[in-house]
Design a protein around this ligand. Sequence first.
Ligand SMILES: NC(=O)c1ccc[n+]([C@@H]2O[C@H](COP(=O)([O-])OP(=O)(O)OC[C@H]3O[C@@H](n4cnc5c(N)ncnc54)[C@H](OP(=O)(O)O)[C@@H]3O)[C@@H](O)[C@H]2O)c1
Length: 290
Amino acid sequence: MRKIELANTSEKIPILAQGTWGISGAFWKDKKYYDQWKKSLEKGIELGMTHIDTAEFYGHGKSEEVVGEIISNHQRDELFITSKLFPLHIREKTMKKAAEKSLKRLGIDHFDLYLIHWPNPFVSIKKQMKVLEDLVRNGRTRYIGVSNFSVDQFQKAQNYLNNEKLVNNQLKANITDQKHLSKSLPYYQSEKITMSAYSPLGHSGYTDLSGETKEKISKVAKNHGATIQQIAIAWLINHKNVFTIPKAFHTNHTIENAKAADIKLSEHEIKLFYDNDKEKVEILNSFTTN
Ligand SMILES: NC(=O)c1ccc[n+]([C@@H]2O[C@H](COP(=O)([O-])OP(=O)(O)OC[C@H]3O[C@@H](n4cnc5c(N)ncnc54)[C@H](OP(=O)(O)O)[C@@H]3O)[C@@H](O)[C@H]2O)c1
């Protein structure tokens, strides 16, 4: 699996993480359902997608529990685990308690990366940053970051930190929703901060693509002997400083997605999908596959 440096930490993480939004905590879900989730995630790990993305919000904690079961089958340092703080905890104490609860569900003593899930105007960013910094100091997370923050909010958050750097902003970015590629990515590229692109397949899996986009992506897919979903994933990670997080319940999807890591698109193919001017966005000229 191709890797990317997480910001300028010298930590190398897979270019593809595995998403877990959608692991349901509903009482009617049976063993077969959870077994399939675990099978798919384990296959992803086997193929090098050792970074798993979860959040206390997903399935009201069930996602973290399922990821915890997966973690228990592995050496802790084989996996890179990201989780996210639900941004409705107002007090420092409840934020720290929430982090501890997430760790408990995951069955680990530290996250690799811990994010504020999204900004909330009613919760102090300063307080959230103090909590993140305390979690690093107490060994509860190795790295910290945010999600769904604008560049302005990201900079404000960074300014509240005394000793740590935010290494990541997790943002929605895909072939049909490019606003963060235009607005935010140039900043993160210039600052060497890693942007993770969530919903790389538009959340739906791009079974609903139509018109010009479908035509173009089908053509590129044919040229590479790939599926349109593989091209949509490859398109994101052919950009500098970007890794992405596809979610796949079905194992055949996981296998397909892993192969997308090695698809090198030409500059022409990448620009074919740009919906507006992206002069400041840097694409990868080359990468080594393994
Ligand atoms: N920070 C945030 O606010 C935030 C928000 C949204 C998402 N995320 C993260 O990003 C992850 C991914 O985003 P997402 O869950 O919105 O959706 P996504 O990855 O864009 O799309 C998931 C859909 O694509 C299908 N799929 C996956 N691989 C495929 C393939 N090779 N061929 C055809 N279909 C394929 C999946 O099917 P099956 O599942 O049936 O296999 C599922 O229906 C989340 O799970 C979560 O970890 C973060």
